[in-house]
Structures are given as structure tokens and as C-alpha cells.
Design a binder for this molecule. Structure first.
Ligand code: PGA
Ligand code: ZN
Length: 391
């Protein structure tokens, strides 16, 4: 039985407020900390300031104390009843998800990956790592993240090591060529290269390693309502030209993963790209915001074949599990993802495994070390395991 519930204002990797939740049960204490984004989608669940959390907290606490922690689904239903707004505007997504995760951790004795119950073989996700960054995360490019995927790694130890090695060489090489500006909030390098030169540079290095390339364009961040604005390239592209440009770079650089190549309301444009780039992953992040209704719309319009899953864009664990089930039914690939303002909590790694996501988008070490280390730890704890099969 849940005996106590407490909340704390702690720090995230950007030095900003993050919410930590702690519950006490008959068997101990369980905590969960919630990250936050920088280039947020406009359809994400709402968060509220800490002073408002403190105001609403006694009522929430009264409803949670006394619940049975082993029944995490009922607990999540009660959270929905406390705030029936759907976007958590009353209690804030951090409090809702924090309570949900802390209870799920209690119900699994801090081994959240067991949520899915006994399975014969567990499939470990490949880390998709941000090597060079731009956009709202800091850097010269309009595109936000230049990503690598160590698709031949035999285990999480090797996967992390490959991503780190590529990240390291990229940094050294940028420095040698006097192109290095620093590191951005996700521990990705920022350089003075423009978007296309960054791709040239990274793909030359990637050739020496067994990594696939991806980009998170985060296109809403350089969409002005009419055109896509490339400040570095001194160019503006109409939506049609943006589709042509994305198709071109995907083919020339053999991009495996293309996240948010168009702005967050362009379901039809995504569908066009998905059709033209058959065989590559077209991924919706801001497009869906992990939201059931938006994902359902994307399925109907065949906008993408993959979606980013960021639990704090949408809701409790139970709600997010339902989105993943709906996606899997139609073969849409779930990619679980960190946020750019992270905490030391490692629940994302457990959930990637529990949900059977073939990829987990986490930084190359830096603030995301705990997530890498957690995957390594679980790899050693589980007997029947293998790396995920990638689409
Ligand atoms: P975030 O977004 O900065 O909102 O976490 C990262 C991303 O767009 O994937
Ligand atoms: Zn994104």
C-alpha cells in the first residue's frame, strides 16, 4: 500500500527545474524524475510551475495514498480521474507521469523492464546518438540533430562504445580543421559547417564505422508559416521544395532515419515523403507528440512508418502503452526518446525494453550516461536476450 507521496524541485541537465516524485510503500521508497524538452511540439501535454504543483499537491496526495502499488494500471486510472483534462493542465504532466512511474517502479521492485511480464527473449534497443547538433539545441545548422545508429553492435556495451568512438573522432576532426564551436545541450558537437557540409563531413567518417545515419530535422523550428528558412545557407524553401530537398539528401547520403523533416501540421507532406522514400524510416516527433489521436490520424493518412515516443509529451505509463500497442498493430516502429533537459533517472531504458522498441534515442554519454549504463546492467541481468531486429 502507498503510505506516502512527496515531490521535490530538482535540476535537469540544462540547470532548470525538474520534478522528482517519491512514494513510500510497505517495501521501501521509489522515485521518478521527469525531464523536459527544448524544441517542444505544440501539441504536447501541459506542465505547470512548481508553485502550482505545491498548491494542488495536498489534493493529489490524498487520492494516491492508500492505493495498492502492485495495481499500477488502476493507479494510472485514478491519476486520469484527478485530472480529466487529457492534457494534464490541472496537475501538470510531470506530476502525473512522475507518480505513474514511481508506482510502476514499486510494482516491479525497481526493475521496470519486467512490466511486460515473462517473455522468452528480450530484444535490446540500439542507441540512436546525436553527434552534431544545431537548431534550437544550439549550433549553426537549421537541422537539429545529426544521428548515428550502431546497427551491427552485438550488445549494448559495444553499441555505446561505437557511438562514443564516432562522437569522439568527430570532435577531434572538427577541432583539427578549426570548425569546432563547442558542445550543445545534448553533448553533441556544434560546428561552423552548414547543414549540407555537416552531412558530407559526418558521412565520410561514418563510412569507416558500422553506423547508419539519421537526421532529426525538427522542421517546425525553422518553418515560418510559409517557408522553411535556412539562415546558414541563406535560403528559403517552399513546402514542395523542402520535400524535394529531403528526398534528395536521403538518397544521396543514404539516410536511414528522418525525423520531423516537415513542420508539425503537415500530415499530407509527410505522407508524400513516406511514399517517395519507401524503405527508409520517416519518423514523427512533433507531428504526433506521442498523442493517440494524432498517431491514429498519421496511421490513416500513411504519414509515417515510425514515431518517437516521449512519455512526457502525452501521459501516464498506461496511456503511452496504449499508443505503442496501436502503433505496433499496424507495423509502425516505436523509437523511445529522451528529452534535451534530462535527469539522472534511467526509466527510459527499462521502458524501451518492456515496450520492445528497436531504437532508443539517447545522447552519446554526457547527460545520458545513466541510460546507457542501465541498458548494460539489464543486459547482464537477463539470460535470454539479443539485440533488436531493425526494420
Ligand atoms: P526536445 O526535442 O528538445 O524537445 O527534447 C528533441 C527532439 O526534437 O527530438
Ligand atoms: Zn525530434
Amino acid at each position: 500500500m502507498i503510505k506516502d507521496l512527496r515531490v521535490y524541485s530538482v535540476y535537469n541537465s540544462k540547470g532548470k527545474h525538474a520534478l522528482r516524485v517519491k512514494i513510500q510503500t510497505g517495501s521501501g521508497f521509489y522515485t521518478a524524475s521527469i525531464p523536459s524538452g527544448t524544441s517542444k511540439g505544440k501539441n504536447e501535454a501541459k506542465d505547470i510551475p512548481m508553485k502550482n504543483v505545491i498548491e494542488i499537491f495536498p489534493k493529489v496526495r490524498g487520492n494516491i495514498i492508500g492505493l495498492d502499488e502492485s495495481d499500477w494500471i488502476t493507479a494510472d486510472e485514478i491519476i486520469e480521474q484527478i485530472d480529466p483534462s487529457k492534457d494534464y493542465r490541472n496537475i501538470g504532466i510531470s506530476l502525473a507521469l512522475g507518480i505513474s512511474l514511481a508506482i510502476a517502479k514499486a510494482s516491479t521492485n525497481n526493475e521496470l523492464w519486467r512490466l511486460r511480464g515473462a517473455k522468452t527473449t528480450y530484444r535490446f534497443p540500439f542507441p540512436l546518438g546525436n553527434v552534431i547538433g544545431g537548431g534550437e539545441h544550439g549550433g549553426k545548422t537549421a537541422w537539429q540533430e545529426f544521428l548515428i545508429l550502431p546497427h551491427k553492435a552485438k550488445n549494448p556495451i559495444e553499441a555505446t562504445s561505437i557511438n562514443y568512438e564516432v562522437w569522439n573522432i568527430v570532435g577531434e576532426e572538427l577541432k583539427k580543421r578549426k570548425l569546432l564551436l563547442g558542445r550543445n545541450i545534448e553533448n553533441a558537437w556544434s560546428s561552423s559547417l552548414d547543414d549540407l557540409k555537416t552531412l558530407d563531413f559526418l558521412s565520410a567518417i561514418a563510412e569507416d564505422f558500422n553506423v547508419k545515419l539519421g537526421i532529426d530535422f525538427a522542421a517546425s523550428s525553422f518553418w515560418n508559416g510559409k517557408t522553411y528558412v535556412y539562415k546558414g545557407l541563406k535560403k528559403e524553401l517552399t513546402p514542395e521544395k523542402q520535400i524535394d530537398a529531403v528526398e534528395h539528401v536521403a538518397n544521396v547520403y543514404d539516410l536511414y532515419f528522418l525525423e520531423d523533416p516537415l513542420h508539425e501540421e503537415d500530415f499530407e507532406g509527410f505522407a508524400e515523403l513516406n511514399r517517395r522514400l519507401h524503405g527508409r524510416l520517416i519518423v514523427g516527433d512533433d507531428l504526433y507528440c506521442t498523442n493517440t489521436e494524432r498517431v491514429a490520424r498519421g496511421i490513416l493518412s500513411k504519414s509515417t512508418n515510425s514515431a518517437i515516443i516521449k512519455p512526457n509529451q502525452f501521459g501516464t505509463l498506461f496511456q503511452v502503452s496504449k499508443v505503442i500497442r496501436a502503433m505496433k498493430k499496424v507495423g509502425m516502429v516505436p523509437v523511445v526518446s529522451h528529452r534535451s533537459g534530462e535527469t539522472e533517472d534511467d526509466w527510459l531504458s527499462d521502458l524501451a525494453l518492456a515496450w520492445g522498441a528497436p531504437m532508443i534515442k539517447i545522447g552519446n554519454l554526457g547527460p545520458d550516461i545513466p541510460k546507457h549504463n542501465r541498458l548494460i546492467e539489464i543486459w547482464h541481468d537477463i539470460h535470454e536476450k539479443q539485440m533488436a531486429s531493425l526494420p
